[in-house]
Design a protein around this ligand. Structure first.
Ligand code: FE2
Length: 463
């Protein structure tokens, strides 16, 4: 049975397949830049690129690649831009303003050839012609689609700040990996300075523009909990703390503490941490110890400050029944914020035993614990900032139209500002139309969260 039969023509593509395309694309482009048009090397370059693309298209029917600040997305896999070849390719695509490329079955050699020639035009020439996404169909190319970087086109967000947020996210993920590796290796916490730099960057982003921060963390995949959780919690925590007007120094400390809140988990044996079934009582005791273990490690880490151990110790407020019964005890405000961010991200994330929950459902569940687990004022601040539909959420409206949440309405977290992207008749609205749902009639109220694939508009393009 061929790959195509097994996957319905949608095998996801591998890292090696991406590397092969990247290498051929770059080689063909370089030959074209160095040699005269009909030189044998140029011909060879086209041929090999076309050969590679059509071979993969036969297996998959479609090849999608997108370039983000620090990684490529190839179908659904993320490939860090960590080699010269990939840096060169990213530079080439970004210079032409390309964010996404899609090749479909039926691709002809002349299309590949023409596309590459267009890709190498100067940015000024390209933009004068309306950008590559316009030029490609105008040239009759139907099996290659380029989507352009137009972040911020629909809204007020500076595209740079979305990119910068994305970059911070990737940096955070790498940092978490590195810290975890070291704790597992020798029980110490490394990268303290990097963690502080990361927190500083998050604070700057949260102060200048909260929306991209929320959108990026909301739109990033929630499918690898252990990997993304600490970064998500750090982002949400810093966003909440910033909205509460903490002084900058405190914000930095809170960011570091949030990033490291679960560092004690690295001392939990992997067979317990990844156990698919239910934990027994003894195993639960070990899991519950991670706050205390983290605090101990953090206390003996030079330069980390006083707050991180406190937050690590306290962040599972639910475990501290003993303390909560003590009328004189009150958890640190930072622990209370991290607790909110921690529960929110845990519920939103996919886990081995359940799917990740939608943002509105997550809020509904958390609201039941306000006053018990969550401080009412802090939670209200969080809700006003995040809303039921954080920026970037695709939405269905009552009349059958589709919209993307754009900014929360502090006066009504269930009715955000949105960008209308599809009419009730299913027609794409470009540019998207701004709607304040607080000011809109019943036909334009939210009836549910939509699948972005079905809506057919990339949420980040609209923010
Ligand atoms: Fe935890």
């Amino acid at each position: 049975m061929s790959t195509q039969d097994r996957t319905g023509g949608r095998s996801p593509g591998t890292r090696e397949e991406f590397q092969a395309i990247a290498a051929k694309l770059l080689a063909a482009a370089q030959f074209l830049q160095i040699y005269p048009p009909r030189h044998p090397h140029v011909e060879q370059g086209f041929k090999e690129l076309y050969g590679q693309l059509s071979e993969q298209l036969q297996r998959r029917g479609k090849i999608q690649l997108a370039v983000a600040p620090t990684e490529f997305l190839f179908g659904s896999i993320q490939i860090p831009i960590d080699a010269e070849l990939l840096e060169e390719l990213a530079k080439l695509l970004k210079a032409a303003g390309v964010q996404k490329l899609e090749f479909t079955a039926g691709l002809e050699e002349w299309e590949t050839r023409k596309f590459l020639n267009l890709l190498l035009l100067s940015p000024d020439q390209l933009w004068a012609m309306g950008g590559l996404s316009e030029v490609i169909p105008a040239e009759g190319i139907t099996h290659i689609v380029a989507s352009m970087i137009k972040l911020g086109a629909g809204g007020t967000t500076d595209p740079e700040s979305l990119f910068r947020t994305w970059e911070a996210y990737s940096t955070g993920l790498r940092l978490v990996q590195s810290i975890r590796g070291r704790v597992r290796a020798d029980g110490t916490i490394a990268d303290v300075e990097e963690a502080k730099d990361f927190a500083r960057e998050l604070v700057e982003l949260a102060v200048t523009e909260t929306r991209p921060l929320l959108a990026v963390q909301a739109l990033k995949s929630h499918d690898d909990y252990s990997y993304t959780h600490s970064v998500n919690v750090a982002m949400i925590t810093v966003a909440i703390a910033t909205s509460l007007d903490f002084p900058p120094d405190h914000l930095h400390d809170i960011g570091v503490a949030a990033l490291l809140h679960d560092v004690g988990k690295e001392l939990i044996p992997l067979e317990i941490l990844h156990k698919p079934g239910k934990l027994d009582d003894e195993e639960w005791v070990i899991v519950h110890r991670h706050g205390r273990d983290g605090a101990r490690m953090l206390t003996s880490t030079p330069g980390i400050g006083d707050l991180a151990p406190v937050v690590s110790y306290e962040h599972h407020l639910a475990y501290h029944d003993d303390l909560r019964d003590d009328p004189d005890w009150r958890p640190h405000l930072a622990s209370e914020i991290v607790c909110i961010a921690d529960v929110y991200d845990a519920l939103r994330s996919e886990r081995p035993y359940r799917e990740g929950l939608a943002p509105d459902k997550t809020m509904n569940i958390m609201e039941e614990d306000v006053g018990r687990l969550f401080d009412p004022d802090l939670f209200m601040g969080f809700l006003r900032m995040m809303g039921y539909y954080p920026p970037g959420t695709s939405l269905e409206l009552a009349d059958g139209s589709a919209a993307i949440a754009y900014a929360t309405n502090p006066d009504d977290p269930k009715r955000p500002h949105v960008m209308l992207v599809k009419s009730a008749e299913g027609r794409l609205i470009d540019p998207p139309e701004h709607l304040d749902l607080l000011q809109s009639g019943p036909e334009r109220q939210i009836t549910g969260i939509a699948d972005p694939e079905k809506v057919g508009v990339e949420p980040l393009d609209v923010l």
